[in-house]
Ligand binder design. Structure first.
Ligand code: G3I
Length: 302
């Protein structure tokens, strides 16, 4: 294969990218994105502040711009994200208790109804665990509504769009030895045991000097898959884009049958949320980097 998407497809997987609606009028950007990737995640446009800027007034203008671009170009869409402590609109930030719980449910229902049957995977809940060694839930207004907020979100999502795979998505959960990884594992195991509807776990995979890639990522993917969920690499970027590390991550996904695919968090380094890390597969001029070639070779080797 000569593109990432085709290379992934020959392994029964997808290769995706985050798309920013504001860049869709940049022909260099859209040419690369359309050629190389067959899955799209909206970088910001399907988040809570974008889709429900005023309470009960949903706005899918920017989200649909990304969605329509993807579908018109033959790509599947990952939904990101329905319940999150961050990027909440002001009206939601000011809520607590039962009112916030109801607003979360209402938000999930509103967004999933708009895209019912059209989204392959939804990140239902994003980043609910604390950083560091505690293994605790992250403190947030959602967490303070009660520890069951995550399962309520998943049950709501299942009813709203039974066709979508429902994912829990987080970062710094790639290393099997980390407390955050173990906490997420315990939650998913508990959900599977109790019949809470969860289908997949998204590993963001933002690797950098503070949280570097470790080869035990493959063990992590395998152990989660053994719980009976699919796994996906959802926001991959690697500080400095070392080709060998990109190849390792690609091979980790290919080694685990339940790994659905890989999404990189942007197209060119200059599109990244961390441009100073030059973490992506294309440079600012749109040229393929060495990391691109190593990923494509890994996809073609199997
Ligand atoms: O659109 C406004 C613009 O009008 C304004 O002038 C400007 C001034 O700050 O802000 C613009 O919004 C920014 C938005 O990106 C679009 O560029 C926000 O400030 C900025 O906070 C936002 O950052 C996004 C970040 O999530 C917010 O949490 C990044 O683009 C996005 O890449 C990043 O993605 C997250 C995933 O959703 C979850 N996992 C981690 C990942 C990286 O942080």
């Amino acid at each position: 294969a000569s593109t990432l998407g085709a290379g992934a497809a020959q392994n029964g997987r997808y290769f995706g990218t985050a798309i920013a609606s504001g860049r869709l009028n940049d022909p260099v950007y859209t040419t690369i994105a359309n050629r190389e990737f067959n899955s799209v995640t909206a970088e910001n446009e399907m988040k809570i502040d974008a889709t429900e800027p005023q309470r009960d007034r949903f706005d899918f203008t920017a989200a649909d711009r990304v969605y329509n671009w993807a579908v018109q170009n033959g790509k599947q869409v990952r939904g990101h994200t329905l319940a999150w402590h961050s990027q909440q609109p002001d009206w939601m930030r000011s809520l607590s208790g039962g009112a916030l719980r109801q607003a979360m449910i209402n938000h999930i229902n509103g967004v999933m109804a708009h895209y019912r049957g059209k989204i392959v995977q939804w990140d239902v809940v994003n980043e609910a665990f604390a950083d560091g060694g505690s293994g605790a839930r992250r403190d947030s207004n959602l967490q303070r509504t009660g520890n069951d907020w995550i399962e309520v979100a998943f049950r709501t999502a299942r009813a709203a769009d039974p066709a979508a795979k429902l994912c829990y998505n987080d970062y710094n959960v790639e290393n099997w030895t980390w407390a955050k990884t173990q906490a997420m594992y315990a939650m998913v195991r508990d959900f599977k045991q109790r019949g809470v509807p969860i289908d997949c776990v998204g590993f963001q995979a933002h690797f950098n000097s503070g949280s570097p890639y470790d080869s035990n990522f493959r063990t992590t993917l395998r152990n989660f898959a053994a719980l009976g969920v699919d796994v996906a690499i959802t926001e991959l970027d690697i500080q400095g884009a070392p080709p060998a590390t990109y190849a390792n991550v690609t091979n980790d996904c290919l080694a685990v049958p339940r790994c659905l695919g890989i999404t990189v968090w942007g197209v060119r380094d200059t599109d990244s949320w961390r441009p100073e890390h030059t973490p992506l597969l294309f440079d600012g001029n749109g040229n393929k980097k060495a990391a691109y070639t190593s990923v494509l070779n890994a996809l073609n080797a199997t």
